[in-house]
Design a protein around this ligand. Structure first.
Ligand code: IPD
Ligand code: CA
Length: 267
């Protein structure tokens, strides 16, 4: 039985969460694109739409009904901000800027975390219809098919996906400086714009490495578990384990690529 939940084993719980996530994500594909209700949050790069809140409300209502007693930590909604214990960690639309600009790569991301331990994770990208799901110790799937362990590529062979920390000007600049310093060590760089998807694309081998200097728990709780369950190295850019209460840097990748990256940063 999944810690803190009342029925089923981890894979049953995961299937229930996956159904709830897929249902909520229909709000994104059925969105009235002429009326997204876009507003700015902390800066002109940091957007939220009426659909972010609508997806979150649908997720919370369904999860609360199905998993009574489990708390919530949600991107859109300070009132739902349990930072310890057993909680769903929710990013209703990760990649909101992509959603607004219509470029795809925007996902519903729901993790279940017990204290500092990720238990379940579902990341569903409805525009490509790719659903990643993982339960700690049980591996990960994409659209129900088990994902193999990641190929242990070297940094020189790794396509490196970069998260630019767009809402933090100083970190944005530091990211560009890091790339200027180190990108020649990589096969090449990519920027997709959804940390949840970025982690899952490490899990399925598209990328050999992903890093971002500052992410909130809801950006990575689910995706990092998917990557870890596929044998990726997952932690902070300082080489420490991830935590799930406040913002941290995130590094996920093939173990050899991650080790070489960390060594080059002096860790
Ligand atoms: C953002 C995306 C983006 C990352 C930002 C996140 P949001 O989440 O994951 O890729 O670079 O740091 O905040 O704002 O679209 O939910
Ligand atoms: Ca996010």
């Amino acid at each position: 039985m999944t810690a803190g939940l009342t029925r089923g084993d981890a894979r049953d719980d995961l299937a229930r969460v996956e159904r709830i996530v897929r249902d909520a994500a229909r709000l994104m594909t059925q969105a009235d694109r002429a009326h997204l209700g876009t507003r700015l949050k902390t800066s002109r790069r940091d957007m939220v739409t009426a659909y972010d809140r609508a997806v979150q409300d649908r997720l919370v209502a369904a999860l609360a009904a199905d998993f009574p007693g489990v708390g919530f930590l949600c991107e859109e909604g300070g009132e739902l901000s349990q930072r310890d214990g057993v909680r769903f960690v929710i990013d209703p639309i990760d990649g909101t800027a992509n959603f607004v600009h219509g470029t795809g790569v925007s996902a519903v991301s729901v993790g279940l975390v017990d204290g500092a331990d990720p238990v379940l994770g579902v990341v569903y990208e409805p525009f490509s219809d790719e659903c990643y799901a993982a339960a700690a110790g049980h591996g990960a799937t994409r659209n129900g098919v088990a994902l193999p362990q990641v190929e242990d590529v070297q940094l020189a062979d790794a396509l490196v996906c970069v998260g630019s920390s767009p809402y933090f000007p100083d970190l944005y600049q530091r990211t560009m400086d890091l790339l200027a310093r180190r990108a020649r060590e990589f096969n090449d760089i990519r920027r997709d714009g959804s940390a949840a998807c970025d982690c899952c694309y490490v899990a399925d081998g598209r990328y050999g490495l992903f890093f971002e200097m500052s992410l909130a728990p809801w950006d990575f709780a689910a995706g990092a578990l998917v990557a870890r369950e596929c044998g990726a190295w997952v932690g902070t850019m300082e080489g420490a384990p991830l935590t799930y209460a406040d913002r941290v840097s995130v590094l996920a990748g093939a173990p050899r690529a991650a080790e070489a990256f960390l060594k080059g940063e002096g860790h």
